[in-house]
Design a protein around this ligand. Structure first.
Ligand code: F6R
Length: 609
């Protein structure tokens, strides 16, 4: 979603800001802009489309100046055009960038119009800059004006404000939309994601909800929601990823698919000893907080939700606790029942998904025994606000379609199953089997990646298709859902997933030669049932692509292509069958020529509702 970069420095900052925006491109956006203060004047350049177009515009008309702000916009209020692109400017004096949504913008707009302000965009953001301009008339500093402004805002914001009459500072404010301050030598930066600032600093402090900060070249002064001066810990970033580096790969998505063995090895590192998953994988308090857990409520969105759905089978079957899984946007707006000794688990690659964060906050109010997040972003809101965190250590994921984050989430959830199960009397043999399975995942995934060429060939069959159906049973049903989501996201083919036992309750009516049916078929106790479902499809003239264990005894014929998947145990089957689903969607998207890493209309980190 929208991205922010800002700087106060002695050198010209336009290039730094543009590079920051490039590093945020993966989040999804439709226009971009930058404004700097130069010789007491605001200079602004905005473009619809890619950051490259903004960069080219600045190359032909350079922007000089040491204080500036920049933004990539993902349209919410107002179409993606140049006048709606940020930064927005009030009365040629105040410039603002903003992530989030101002819910009371209509009321504020009317009030500001009444005061004589003219609006030049359809955005909710523009109210912020006029409001700051208005408040400056009765406040002695930009800081005080911004503090007075944010008190009037309802909704979510991460915002940065500069004033052309004061090129020494920027004011940043956070509520519901993350902002991180980057500390340099004699210069300071701000961004919505630390990735944006890695070329200029590795020292970061994350603002907390309600914080407003005054950032100058020499100082950063942070104030909490009540206006008290506070300190926020400055940490050295552990993120090593160079967002500009796709290496030998054509797309980040492919790179990230191939990074999975390494990401899995990394996530397991130091978390298993003496054949057991260590409680400490989930943080220092885990031994105490996980002790009496009898029920697990999992909350997530999208791909992360699918990981949670798979884990439900494991927690109930192997760990012996009841488990519910719900989409965050549903959970947060309904009354749900709280079971005794319940653990709330959020799953999120970004750690900033607005609905998941709201669900966590609601759960805390409801009185869950403990909260945990399975998350890939250190310092993110979900990590900071949860009692426990399983840090995924998958490395930054840049492709909008989540791949390595999903498989690492599955590994983390299998570890959770082992730990919760141990506290509920799981026998040692089962614990050892799970542990062994975890340890052999990286090598097995490597084998599964060997399917790449065969899948690339198969993908040709999908090039002219408009629909596809994915089928699975048990913990492969969520994998079928994930396969369908990946195909939708990056190839724009309509795809649906069904638990194959549901076929005859409706979807069978869709089957014909134009509807490819993708089946995930490991060799488990549901195999015979799945085979019956496959026959139901065959009898109706459907074309099937069956990803099957070599012992499952499927044979290719005119109506069915069988793709043998490396043999694997039941603990890792969901994870292993995910790999061909990822590769299939990738190759179909390549053939269709879509923007694989930044598919249309989508954002990497969904920080608004
Ligand atoms: C799909 C995808 C999304 C995310 C969802 C939740 O490929 O990436 O469905 O999984 O937006 O995001 P996180 O995990 O960051 O909470």
């Amino acid at each position: 979603m929208c991205g922010i970069a800002g700087a106060v420095a002695q050198r010209d900052v336009a290039e730094i800001l543009i590079e920051g925006l490039r590093r945020l491109e993966y989040r999804g956006y439709d226009s971009a802009g930058v404004a700097v203060i130069n010789g007491g004047e605001l200079q602004r350049t905005r473009r619809v489309g890619k950051v490259q177009e903004l960069s080219a515009a600045i190359e032909s008309e350079p922007l000089a100046g040491g204080t500036g702000i920049a933004h990539t916009r993902w349209a919410t209020h107002g179409e993606p055009n140049q006048s709606n692109a940020h930064p927005h400017i009030s009365t040629d004096t105040i410039a603002v960038v903003h992530n989030g949504i101002i819910e009371n913008h209509v009321k504020l707009r009317e009030m500001l119009k009444g005061l004589g302000y003219c609006f030049s965009s359809d955005t909710d953001t523009e109210v912020i800059c006029h409001l700051v301009h208005h408040e400056l008339k009765s406040h002695s500093s930009l800081l005080a004006a911004v503090q007075a402004t944010v008190k009037q805002l309802e909704g979510a914001y991460g915002t940065v404000v500069i004033d052309k009459t004061d090129n020494e500072r920027m004011i940043v404010a956070r509520s519901g939309s993350p902002l991180v301050i980057g500390y340099g030598l004699g210069e300071h930066f701000v961004a919505s994601d630390q990735l944006a600032l890695l070329p200029v600093t590795r020292s970061f402090a994350f603002l907390e909800e309600g914080d407003v900060a005054e950032v100058t070249r020499r100082e950063v002064n942070i104030f909490d929601v009540d206006g008290n001066a506070v300190t926020r810990e400055i940490k050295e970033s552990e993120v090593t990823h160079d967002a500009g580096d796709k290496g030998e790969y054509r797309h980040y998505m492919l790179k990230e698919i191939y990074e999975q063995p390494r990401a899995l090895a990394h996530t397991l590192d130091g978390r298993i000893a003496a054949g057991q998953v260590l409680d400490s994988a989930f943080g220092d308090n885990a031994t105490k907080l996980l002790k009496d857990i009898k029920h697990v409520q999992i909350i997530a969105c999208g791909t992360s939700y699918h990981a949670g759905m798979a884990a439900r089978y494991w927690l109930e079957d192997w760990a012996g606790v009841s488990c519910n899984v719900e989409i965050a946007s549903e959970f947060r707006y309904r009354k749900s029942h709280l079971f005794p000794n319940s653990l709330l688990v959020t799953i999120s690659q970004s750690g900033e998904t607005a609905d998941t964060l709201a669900a966590l906050r609601l759960a805390k109010e409801m009185g869950y025994k403990a909260t945990m997040t399975i998350c890939n972003a250190p310092g993110s809101s979900l990590v900071r606000e949860s009692d426990m965190a399983y840090m995924m250590k998958a490395g930054a994921e840049i492709g909008v379609a989540s791949t390595k984050a999903f498989t690492v989430q599955l590994a983390g959830l299998l570890m959770l199953t082992a730990v919760v199960g141990r506290n509920n009397g799981m026998d040692e043999g089962l614990q050892a089997q799970i542990t062994q399975s975890l340890q052999s995942m990286p090598a097995k995934v490597e084998q599964a990646l060997g399917l790449d060429d065969a899948i690339a060939e198969l993908a040709e069959d999908f090039a002219d298709k408009h629909h596809a159906l994915f089928l699975g049973r048990g913990d492969q049903y969520p994998i079928a859902m994930e396969g369908a989501l990946k195909l939708k996201e990056i190839s724009y083919i309509h795809a649906e997933a069904y638990a194959s036992g549901e076929l005859k309750h409706g979807p069978l009516a869709l089957i014909d030669a134009d509807m490819p049916v993708i089946v995930v078929a490991p060799n488990n106790e549901l195999l015979e049932k799945l085979k019956s479902n496959v026959e139901e499809v065959r009898a109706r003239g459907g074309l099937m692509y069956v990803f099957a264990d070599r012992d499952a005894q499927f044979e290719s014929d005119d109506t069915m292509k069988v793709i043998p998947v490396p043999h694997c145990d039941e603990f890792m089957a969901a994870l292993i069958y995910t790999i061909p689903m990822q590769l299939l969607s990738y190759h179909v998207a390549l053939i269709k020529g879509t923007d694989v890493d930044q598919p249309r209309n989508l954002a990497k980190s969904v920080t608004v509702e």
